[in-house]
Write a protein that binds this ligand. Structure first.
Ligand SMILES: Cc1cc2nc3c(=O)[nH]c(=O)nc-3n(C[C@H](O)[C@H](O)[C@H](O)COP(=O)(O)OP(=O)(O)OC[C@H]3O[C@@H](n4cnc5c(N)ncnc54)[C@H](O)[C@@H]3O)c2cc1C
Ligand code: SF4
Length: 565
């Protein structure tokens, strides 16, 4: 028996995600350019705007008291950022010309690298595929990079507003005129508590959506303006940072075990181990969310991976310091929206799907797209222009298409979709695509909505290790380590149907790295199941949106507080 999670996706209520401004004119907060999301894309846009406005003080004056604002739902900039991260420094160099890399928040240059194919007991070194070579790249914690970029933006006069979730796109007269921020201080039943603060309409001359993977407003804008081409697909990454007894002298990527190569399982992904200076190592496992076996749990697969002799040797004698989870857009070029601009705004970074999947790189594309959007926004808010004059934001689409982002994504566009047919067929086709610089196969391979892949209840969970609290851990202690501070009595921000086929219910229970879902009564017999939801555990990874539900932004300031991820 199998069932498609997408068949149970709840539709948004009228006005739930997109609405007209509702505050009286004099109660709205008006800013020049409003950026939603303080990730590398949004903060690079903010820094670039700050630089441009420093050279044009008359324009900064025209944009009012707050020429550039960045709204961030996390407790601080960086609190919701999680990445590998091996970063290509190209965009940082463009953004800060003349700055030495020694001033940037990196742990160090990649000195050596190795790729392994894992079987249950063995690690077989294989040549590094050309698109995975990391010469000249640097190792970082993206949470650090986010905090550092926010400081650079603030030095340039940008207003960074943390603990503020943008929950609705404000559309009036066919154009985006701003966003509405979420209420704070409501109880689980939606009633106002003593500390209630209503959300606000934040209107802007231009809005840049930099929400990252599975961005709530970016998805709403893509639907509203009819920008979707092929379906976007996602992977879920679960990551830990370890203090280690011995330094790791290279970055390591693995493929193969603990994923299964069989076509019926559709398991695609791999792991990374990156040294963070002498004393720490990050380890993560990334798995495509188009897998078919509902018993797959990326968190538990990561725990199993750590028991492999090759990985265990690296972590032996160490201590887990941090844990987190986040999705990555994997649809590649064919799933990028047909346009990245719409009347009044633009979409940048992961929210636009600008990720090179075989290279596991998105940071420098996110930053470059943010910078290009900033330059377009600056021109569009100049005297005599508006961001909704037809054609005024075309320059952003043109610039992205003419940049290295497009060139890189074009070359690798068929590699990820090739793996829908299993590991062997996928690696053969991906190898051909790499050897021909993307010319073969000549056509764009289709992508498939992760939620439309039918799921069945298999037995992958049989070999998940029991948590020992030293090397392997359960989900709840991991959520605790993420610093998650969501109130237990906060309103439910997860939209799912709670009566669904057993296959879908099992898939959510296993998939969610934060143990948000449980099946009522402890287990499900064949047929239907009732799902119980504990939204306060949620670390906002986004996976539920890919697989049949919808993550909406919870109260600003809630969720994890990543500082090393
Ligand atoms: C496990 C993993 C490993 C990776 N490894 C690498 C790597 O080694 N190298 C590399 O280059 N890339 C890597 N990537 C990809 C890279 O992290 C992303 O491409 C990059 O972070 C995208 O930047 P962004 O600014 O678009 O989005 P994000 O980094 O996701 O930032 C978006 C920000 O917007 C905020 N936000 C979202 N919605 C709202 C809202 N409605 N209101 C207010 N705030 C909001 C979020 O809280 C977040 O702070 C990895 C990703 C993962 C998950
Ligand atoms: S409930 Fe939250 S943590 Fe769990 S899968 Fe959904 S978004 Fe991720």
């Amino acid at each position: 028996m199998s069932a498609r999670p997408a068949d149970h996706r709840p539709a948004p209520g009228p006005g739930e995600f997109i609405a007209a401004p509702s505050d009286p004119q004099d109660e709205r907060i008006d800013v020049g350019v409003n950026i939603v999301g303080a990730g590398p894309a949004g903060l690079a846009a903010a820094v670039r705007l700050g630089q441009l406005l420093q050279d044009r003080p008359e324009l900064a004056e025209r944009l009012g008291d707050v020429p550039v604002a960045v709204l961030e739902k996390g407790k601080t900039a960086g609190a919701h950022l999680l990445s590998g991260a091996v970063i290509n420094p190209y965009s940082l160099r463009l953004l800060f010309p003349g700055m030495s890399v020694s001033e940037m928040p990196f742990f160090g240059l990649v000195k050596a690298e190795a790729v392994y194919y894992l079987t249950r007991k063995r690690a077989i070194r294989i040549p590094t595929p050309p698109m995975m070579v990391n010469d000249g790249n640097y190792i970082a914690s993206l949470a650090h990079v986010g905090r550092w970029l926010a400081e650079r933006a603030e030095e340039l006069g940008v207003t960074v507003v943390p603990e503020t979730a943008a929950t609705k796109l404000l559309v009036s007269g066919g154009r985006v005129v701003g966003v509405r921020t979420g209420d704070k201080g409501r109880g689980r039943d939606g009633k106002e508590l003593g500390n209630f603060e209503p959300g606000t309409d934040v209107t802007a001359r231009a809005t840049i959506l930099a929400e990252g993977t599975l961005g709530h407003l970016s998805l709403a804008a893509t639907e509203h303006f009819g920008l979707r081409t092929q379906p976007q697909t996602w992977a879920l990454g679960v990551k830990e940072v370890w203090e280690v007894a011995r330094p790791l002298d290279r970055i390591v990527h693995t493929m193969g075990w603990p994923l299964r190569g069989g076509r019926k399982y559709r398991e695609f992904g791999g792991s990374f181990l990156y040294p963070m200076g002498e004393g720490m190592v990050s380890i993560g496992l990334v798995v495509g969310l188009d897998y078919a076996d509902a018993s797959v749990s990326v968190h538990d697969l990561l725990q199993e991976l750590k028991m492999h002799p090759f990985v265990r040797r690296i972590l032996d004698g160490g201590k887990r310091l941090a844990w987190g989870a986040k999705t990555i857009p994997e649809g590649g070029l064919q799933a990028v929206p047909s346009r990245l601009s719409f009347p009044g705004g633009m979409i940048v970074g992961d929210a636009a799907g600008l990720v090179n999947v075989p290279a596991l790189k998105g940071v420098h594309y996110a930053m470059r797209s943010g910078m290009l959007a900033a330059e377009t926004a600056c021109a569009a808010v100049s005297p005599g222009q508006t961001a909704w004059t037809p054609g005024s934001l075309d320059a952003y689409d043109d610039a992205v298409r003419a940049s290295f982002i497009w060139q890189d994504l074009k070359r690798v566009r068929n590699m990820r979709p090739a793996f829908a047919n299993g590991f062997l067929a996928g690696s053969t086709l991906a190898g051909a695509a790499a050897a021909t610089f993307g010319s073969f196969p000549p056509k764009d391979l289709p992508t498939e909505d992760d939620g439309e892949v039918p799921v069945f209840v298999g037995d992958r969970d049989r070999s998940y290790p029991a948590p020992d609290g030293a090397l392997t851990f359960d989900k709840l202690s991991s959520v605790y380590l993420s610093g998650n501070k969501t109130r237990d009595d906060a309103p439910n921000h997860i939209r799912v149907r709670t009566d669904v086929p057993r296959e879908v219910a099992e898939a959510w229970v296993r998939m969610c790295p934060a143990q948000v879902y449980e099946i009522a009564g402890g287990g499900a017999s064949a047929g239907a199941a009732t799902v119980e939801v504990t939204p306060s555990n949620c670390v906002q990874c986004g996976a539920i949106t890919a697989k049949g539900g919808r993550l909406t932004p919870p109260e600003g300031g809630s969720g994890p507080e990543y500082s090393l991820l």
